[in-house]
Design a protein around this ligand. Structure first.
Ligand SMILES: Cc1cc2nc3c(=O)[nH]c(=O)nc-3n(C[C@H](O)[C@H](O)[C@H](O)COP(=O)(O)O)c2cc1C
Length: 311
């Protein structure tokens, strides 16, 4: 794993935290950075939401400490997407990523997310308009819509030609959501087609998965999503550093979530995270039940202490 420079933005290593809606808020991104993530992404944020000054959308863009930082936006109106890139809420971010891979029907129906992989002219317009903001622009997409419609290399070329400085390929078609193996060949085809850095994403659960993904695709970096929710220490594991004690980190995460979003959200979010983090440990099912029964952030914090104090 090595340092990676993306249009002048220096990432200390090439193991990135993926955007995940509902999860990659500022405290979680800070936790993953402390554990070694070389670049972090906000969850996908609606450009229209920013246009209409939606307070919840703006809150999603609270930056975490440290850097470099990437924010992800979604939308299909080129002018509104550019306006988002120029918004003060995106100013703290070093890179703005455009979501062109989301398979959720309500997003696709609006012509956003992965629908843009089916509309090359509009995708090109969205990217080139965003580039005019002067920000570094990247694009995250899938290999196509289904087995018969794989467009990875062509779409990668389109993104690069429109001014994107980095591309992330999730090695699956839209119809697969998360099923089936990650398609190394398609990611390798994208890498061979462009000269900007390519990030490979899909199914990294342990260090050797990251190594295999890099080796088999020739990609410049890897991006971890679901595994980070269960085991954020995966960043230390892949980057080869000793993970620090987890209790202070989880306690800090809880405290920051409470400060930022309030007590109720902190309870609901952190009991979900607790249930993720405890996975695979002895007695996990019982602890999971106890997390979901917790009514206050102090009860959640006590469970974290019980589980991680001695570790
Ligand atoms: C709960 C959840 C939310 C996600 N939200 C986003 C998102 O906001 N933007 C995006 O580009 N991808 C999103 N993804 C997809 C991930 O970034 C990633 O591409 C996918 O999970 C494959 O990586 P993995 O095998 O490491 O999980 C999400 C995935 C999950 C599981």
């Amino acid at each position: 794993m090595n340092e990676l420079s993306i249009a002048g933005m220096v990432c200390p290593n090439n193991v990135f935290l993926a955007p995940m809606a509902g999860y990659t808020n500022a405290p979680f991104r800070a936790l993953c950075r402390t554990l070694g993530a070389g670049l972090t992404f906000t969850e996908m944020v609606s450009a229209k939401g920013l246009h209409y000054h939606n307070a919840e959308t703006e809150l999603l863009l609270t930056p975490e400490e440290g850097g470099p930082r990437a924010a992800q936006i979604f939308g299909s109106d080129p002018a509104i997407m550019r306006e988002a890139c120029e918004s003060e809420f995106l100013a703290p971010y070093d890179l703005i990523d455009i979501n062109m891979g989301c398979p959720m029907p309500k997003i696709v129906k609006n012509g956003e997310g992965s629908a843009l992989m089916e509309n090359f002219p509009l995708a090109e317009k969205v990217i080139s308009e965003c580039v005019k903001s002067g920000k570094r622009i990247s694009v995250k997409f899938r290999t196509g819509t289904d087995e018969a419609h794989k467009v990875t290399a062509e779409f990668a070329k389109l993104c690069e030609g429109s001014g994107a400085v980095m591309l992330t390929v999730h090695g699956r078609t839209r119809d697969k959501i998360y099923a089936g193996p990650c398609d190394y060949k398609e990611i390798a085809a994208a890498k061979a087609a462009v000269s900007v850095p390519v990030v490979a994403n899909g199914d990294i659960w342990k260090r050797s998965d990251a190594e295999a993904l890099l080796e088999n695709t020739g990609a410049d970096a890897v991006m971890v999503a679901r595994a980070a929710l269960f085991r954020p220490e995966i960043f230390s594991e892949i980057t080869g550093s000793d993970p620090p004690p987890m209790l202070p980190l989880f306690s800090e995460e809880l405290e920051k979530v409470r400060e930022l979003y309030g007590e109720r959200f902190a309870v609901v979010y952190m009991r979900k995270m607790g249930a993720f983090y405890v996975r695979g440990r002895r007695g996990a099912a019982a602890y999971k039940r106890r997390f979901f029964a917790a009514e206050t952030s102090e009860e959640v914090a006590a469970l974290f202490r019980e589980l991680w104090e001695e570790v």
